[in-house]
Design a protein around this ligand. Structure first.
Ligand code: WT7
Length: 631
């Protein structure tokens, strides 16, 4: 175990000589041509650049597969645990994963996919999802994984934005015993405008359900890979060539295509995975995230596989067939490192200790959380009950944009419940006030990063100006995270949550603007404003204020219809928890909606509305307060 002075020494080393430090760390990766240029960074808009290892050449799939074949080809790379606990769990070795990846990569090349082409992946949590990502990486195609819970319109938006030419999906997915019609959703998405870039849809046979196949567009994966050789020449990729795009919500407009490149991302994902989780040779590692999110990319696929680890791929949910599923799977596969989200911990905590005690959990060695602030009560339950007070808990703060973990408790340091603790090596967080003045010592403010790290996103796909505007404009020379944060007297960081118009629902980012635009796309809605409010299980819930078109009557039936409409447009994760009729919205004289007031009403804190005198019509507030959810 590293002790705390080791952490302080290495942190100082990385800061003193970032070039030397990151050159050394880069040697953990197999390069076709090792980099000599290590970093080239400026966060200033007029001279902006983020380049790491710029003259290095490598292939991500080679790092996840080929490099392990000589010494550990027969080691299990992935353990697949199906949704149905009575279904067959499958162990996939590195050798088998390599062969499957190569066969699909060859098939993709045969279908005309070339380096730089975009491929959309819409799959359940099955081994084929990992194979699909690695097959893209093998031939230099840029994957865009779309979470299987997103609705056709959201899939279509993501296809249209990056003009992908091929989609990999499955007949159906399984979650908690329910079937999800993935292929049907893709068909519906491809019927929407903007999706005509798609030439081919590859379909994985998963549940075996009969699905409509539209020839020649749709092809079964098993048919296209049949007869393909199980080796495939990897595409040499420059370190700064794109590896993937992943869409994430921001405070305005449509989701942004966060672009990650190859070299820096692979170094950072694998290095943080090893050091934050104290990875050891015999670990069985389980991250419960979905590959549709960045956590799945960095800490199910690229980090663990580059490290030659054994990772669990779980198709199911924590509460099916009962609330002890997680803990039984831990026993079944002898999981040593377990990484999940606070929302799952809170939901399971509510079920009491008995479902946890139904499993021994003796194999566990380390626990992790990610996605949202963890309240100390949930942290303690996770530590004391799930971990029997013998496993360290690492609360890891990071973002889709950061590619990997930036703040987490160093191994060997006692963590404080609710604090993500210390910056990772080479990471330079700071707190600024609203004017951008850096705060020293014990303070609370907006969390920024003063310098780059290799896993940082490089651009918003197709919109570099939006990248700079979103992250580097508010505080010139600094990367703005969008999070509020407190630093205590020991220099430990406590993330307090988003300070922008992003809602964090069960660890998933939802832009208020997206939910609003889904609502106003309904013919009966004139205007909508959406805010987050505190929710016991989800962290934050979605609260929508809706003004109807003149002449439309408010009714419970219409409320249910509008909620269903959002779900249908974006997907279940964006379902409003509460919808309040708003005959008028609080606006300034220039027409800007004052969300601060709507947030306080949603929070049931009408006594904290603050100054409402600048409103165009202050009387709208009274009626909103009277009809609020908490009243
Ligand atoms: C936002 C990023 C990074 C993987 C999952 C979410 C919040 C994330 C923590 C944490 C407090 C956290 C932040 C961040 N967040 N981890 N340990 N403590 N807040 O990725 O969808 O890009 O969301 O999630 O608000 O900005 P994401």
């Amino acid at each position: 175990m590293t002790d705390t002075t080791d952490y302080a020494r290495e942190y100082a080393d990385a800061l003193r000589d970032p070039e030397g430090y990151w050159q050394r760390i880069a040697q953990r990766i197999d390069w076709m041509q090792p980099p000599t240029q290590i970093r080239d960074v400026s966060f200033h808009a007029d001279d902006f650049r983020i380049r790491w290892y710029a003259d290095g050449v490598l292939n991500a799939s080679v790092n996840c597969l080929d490099r392990h074949l000589p010494a550990r080809g027969d080691r299990t790379a992935l353990i697949f645990e199906p949704d149905d606990p009575n279904g067959e769990a499958r162990h996939v070795t590195y050798r088998e994963l390599h062969a499957r990846t190569c066969r699909l990569a060859n098939a993709l090349r045969n279908l005309g996919v070339r380096k730089g082409d975009r491929i959309t992946i819409y799959l359940p949590m099955i081994v084929d999802a990992v194979v699909a990502m690695l097959a893209c990486a093998r031939i230099g195609a840029i994957h865009s994984v779309v979470f299987g819970g997103f609705a056709p319109q959201s899939i279509a938006d993501r296809i249209a934005d990056c003009r992908s030419k091929l989609i990999i999906t499955a007949d159906e997915g399984m979650r908690g015993g329910k079937r999800i019609g993935l292929k049907a959703n893709v068909d519906a998405a491809l019927a929407l405008p903007g999706t005509n870039s798609v030439e081919t849809v590859l379909v994985v046979r998963h549940t075996g359900a009969a699905v409509a196949m539209q020839m020649p567009r749709d092809r079964w994966v098993d048919a296209v890979v049949a007869g393909q050789p199980d080796t495939c020449d990897p595409e040499p990729m420059n370190a700064e060539d794109p590896l993937f795009i992943l869409y994430t919500s921001g405070s305005t407009g449509k989701p942004k295509g966060v672009l990650h490149t190859t070299g820096g991302y692979m170094v950072f994902a694998s290095f943080t995975h090893e050091r934050v989780f104290d990875l050891r040779e015999d670990d069985i590692y389980w991250c419960t995230a979905d590959v549709g999110w960045i956590t799945g990319h960095s800490y199910i696929v690229y980090g663990p596989l580059a490290n030659g680890a054994t990772a669990v791929v779980f198709e199911g949910v924590p509460n099916h067939p009962d609330h002890s599923r997680f803990w039984r799977v831990i026993d079944k596969h002898q999981v040593t490192i377990f990484y999940t989200a606070p929302t799952a911990i809170r939901a399971l905590m509510r079920e009491g200790d008995a479902p946890v005690r139904a499993a021994s959990r003796k194999s566990l060695r380390l626990l992790g959380t990610v996605g949202e602030p963890i309240n100390p009560e949930a942290w303690r339950w996770y530590h004391d009950v799930v971990g029997d007070a013998r496993c360290p808990v690492v609360d890891t703060w990071w973002q889709t944009e950061t590619g990997g973990i930036l703040i987490a408790p160093p191994i060997g340091m006692e963590a404080k419940p609710g604090s993500a603790m210390k910056p990772f090596f080479g990471v330079r967080p700071a707190l600024v006030d609203a004017d951008g003045k850096e705060l020293q010592g014990e303070a609370a403010g907006n969390l920024v990063l003063k310098d780059s790290w290799p896993g940082q996103m490089r651009t918003v796909y197709g919109d570099h100006a939006r990248f700079i505007d979103t992250y580097f404009r508010a505080y010139p020379g600094l990367y703005f995270t969008g999070d509020g944060c407190r630093r205590d007297a020991d220099g430990d960081y406590w993330i307090t949550g988003r300070v922008d118009d992003v809602i964090n629902v069960s660890g998933h980012r939802i832009g208020t603007a997206e939910v609003e635009s889904a609502l106003v796309s309904h013919a009966k809605v004139a205007e909508a404003a959406v805010v987050g409010f505190p929710h016991d299980i989800k962290g934050q819930g979605i609260y929508a204020y809706v003004t109807l078109v003149a002449g439309q009557a408010e009714s419970d039936a219409l409320r249910a219809e509008l909620i269903a409409h959002v779900r249908h447009e974006i997907g279940p994760i964006a379902t409003p928890d509460h919808l309040q009729w708003a005959p008028g919205l609080p606006k300034t004289r220039s027409g800007k909606i004052m969300r601060r007031i709507l947030r306080k009403i949603a929070e049931d804190a009408p006594d904290q509305l603050g100054d409402t005198s600048t409103l165009a019509d202050p009387s709208v507030v009274d009626s909103l307060v009277r009809n609020r959810r908490g009243a």
